[in-house]
Ligand binder design. Sequence first.
Ligand code: SF4
Ligand code: SF4
Length: 278
Amino acid sequence: MKKWNMIIDVAECTNCNLCTLATMDEYVGNEWPRYSAPMPKHGHKWINILQKERGQLPMIDIAYVPTMCNHCDNAPCMKAAPKGAIKKRWDGIVIIDPVKAKGQKQIVDACPYGHIWWNEELQLPQAWTFDAHLIDQGWQQTRGQQSCPTGAMRAIKVEDEEMARLAQEQNLEVMKPELGTKPRVYYRNLYRYAKCFIGGSVAEEKNGAIDCLEGASVQLIKDGVCVAVTTTDNYGDFKFDKLDENSGRYSVQIFASGRSKTLEANLGASINLGEIKL
Ligand code: SF4
Ligand code: SF4
């Protein structure tokens, strides 16, 4: 049976917020009976763009991550919602019933992702519905996807086995997999938000001038073991990415033209070691 999933490419999101605005346009002041009560004008972000800045100038990057209800297959919110207030549809979509969920504020805290919003006026927990009212009219994409100028988000309806194959082939990840919630929202290039890097720029003195050193070999050592190797580019830059935050001490060893240099780094967040003269 084919079910809905969302694939989001973190590298393609520019933080334009058009998906957030399109979703507000769809839901603010609009009631979709059996799907959702109106979203309040202020205070809710059913599609919420997270932001992460990594490194230090000049080696710096910024990632934007659109987040929304993950339509989990093992949804903790459902366990906290008596009287059938939240249901999982056959096509994978999770719906908070706008009538049965009334007054059930405990549902908000049950989402480990913070994707349920409390509507104070209506006394109702609310979350992004995957635009199920449009999907049920035959839409093949969501309002957010339709509005996205970069193609960063894409809804696809495939069998679970096919989705698992795509996830493996394309290195797609979900948020907080350790929770076992089985999200249906997948991310490409999530490392730009969730991981960190050690980088630097290697230079050498040549004919009285400081010049970028291209082609130097750089090794990353952890607990005495070489865990990655790279070479500097034509700007003398190197970068070891996809490292775990707060993963402790590393050594960076640089070799070129019979010379070498070793630097130590204690990795909390991303580090730019700056200019390194060999
Ligand atoms: S992301 Fe939160 S609200 Fe959405 S299905 Fe999962 S637990 Fe429920
Ligand atoms: S519309 Fe696309 S590019 Fe803009 S914030 Fe949303 S996902 Fe990112």
